[in-house]
Write a protein that binds this ligand. Structure first.
Ligand code: NAG
Ligand code: NAG
Ligand code: NAG
Length: 331
């Protein structure tokens, strides 16, 4: 037990090493993967490009965190901290980084094949390393559509010679989208920048989004959730005439007054509580997304101008009433 506590400290103290992978997981990767593959997972080119692993003998399912645009694994430190504070074993929380790591506002990023392959491979590696029957996956912002495609598998949207393989659905117990751009982003009302491109971008009906939303109920075997805030101006609560974060089969957890980044990083306890739902403790029923929902009244031009004026993706909302979050079901 003492050793365990020591290891936990060690994990937290290693943040400047470029990764936060526990020695046990690192040894396992070195024994089972090529040096190039280990480097891709670990991402020592970033401040904290990855985390997770460690000797563990309990029964808590491993969870994989898939970060969003212009972020890296380490940007999820608050979520990880809150999980651990609520009793989640630190060894069971895993993340790697896709993309170039933390950047202030780089919109020339697509949901390209390499990112999807990378996240899918990481899921497979975590399943193999932990011997887990099932894992949980949490997708943040743009990381949600990427994680969903990784689970869905099939051919890459931008490279049909790459077949990712069969869906990983049977391996995923619970899927949680947090401020996820599952239907697109309200900022992509025009196909500006790579991030909004018509093939692999967050434009409403990009080929990528069309595919992951035409296929349904593949994200998990038990239940999928969608945490979304009405004050999120990056993804938007509404986009494309739909709830931007909604997807078929997901139970919505609606927040008020939380910005995009607050929704991602300051709801760790809520995220964990959703992973802990099970058939005896949860009585909700998920339903289908309505075909048509009201359009946002917001002028996306003003919203994007406001966002571009800020450094990074941190958008500040005026203080608003922090009313209690509520469950809302798709109907
Ligand atoms: C996972 O399974 C392998 C092969 O059966 C075994 O060697 C290894 O010890 C297991 N790992 C854990 C963490 O139980
Ligand atoms: C598609 O993927 C294959 C296999 O990884 C690769 O050789 C090829 O360069 C890719 N094509 C494009 C256009 O990226
Ligand atoms: C399901 O949830 C209940 C209440 O939180 C808990 O007592 C029970 O152990 C859970 N079952 C499983 C299989 O996780």
């Amino acid at each position: 037990m003492k050793l365990l506590i020591f290891l936990m400290f060690l994990n937290f103290e290693m943040v400047n090493c470029g990764h936060n992978i526990a020695p046990d997981f690192m040894n396992w990767m070195n024994a089972h993967l090529s040096a190039q593959e280990v480097a891709n997972i670990v991402r020592d080119d970033l401040t904290t490009g990855s985390f997770g692993g460690g000797i563990y003998t309990g029964t808590v399912r491993p969870a994989i965190f898939v970060h969003g645009l212009n972020n890296q694994a380490g940007d999820l430190w608050q979520v990880r901290r809150d999980f651990v504070a609520d009793g989640f074993p630190i060894q069971r929380g895993f993340a790697t980084s896709w993309g170039r790591g933390t950047e202030s506002l780089n919109l020339d990023v697509k949901m390209q094949c390499a990112f999807v392959q990378h996240i899918r491979r990481f899921m497979e590696i975590v399943i193999e390393y932990t011997n887990a029957t099932q894992i949980d996956v949490l997708g943040y912002s743009m990381g949600s559509p990427i994680a969903r495609k990784a689970i869905l598998g099939g051919k890459c949207i931008d490279n049909s010679t790459v077949d990712l393989g069969a869906p990983l659905t049977s391996k995923i117990h619970t899927y949680v989208s947090i401020a996820g751009a599952n239907q697109g982003s309200q900022l992509c009302f025009l196909p500006w920048f790579d991030v909004c491109n018509l093939d692999t971008g967050l434009t409403c009906f990009s080929k990528f989004l069309k595919e992951i939303n035409t296929q349904q109920n593949y994200e998990s075997t038990f239940r999928s959730f969608n945490i979304a805030s009405t004050s999120d101006v990056m993804v938007g609560y509404f986009a494309c005439g739909k709830k931007a974060s909604a997807f078929t089969g997901a139970v919505e957890y609606k927040l008020n007054g939380k910005s995009h980044t607050e929704t991602e990083f300051e709801t760790g306890s809520l995220q964990l509580s959703l992973l802990r739902q099970n058939s005896t403790s949860f009585s909700g029923v998920s339903r289908r997304i309505p075909k048509k929902l009201m359009l946002s009244r917001k002028n996306p031009f003003n919203e994007i101008k406001k966002s571009m004026g800020k450094t990074g993706r941190e958008e500040k909302m005026p203080p608003s009433s922090t009313s209690a979050p509520e469950f809302e079901f798709q109907n």
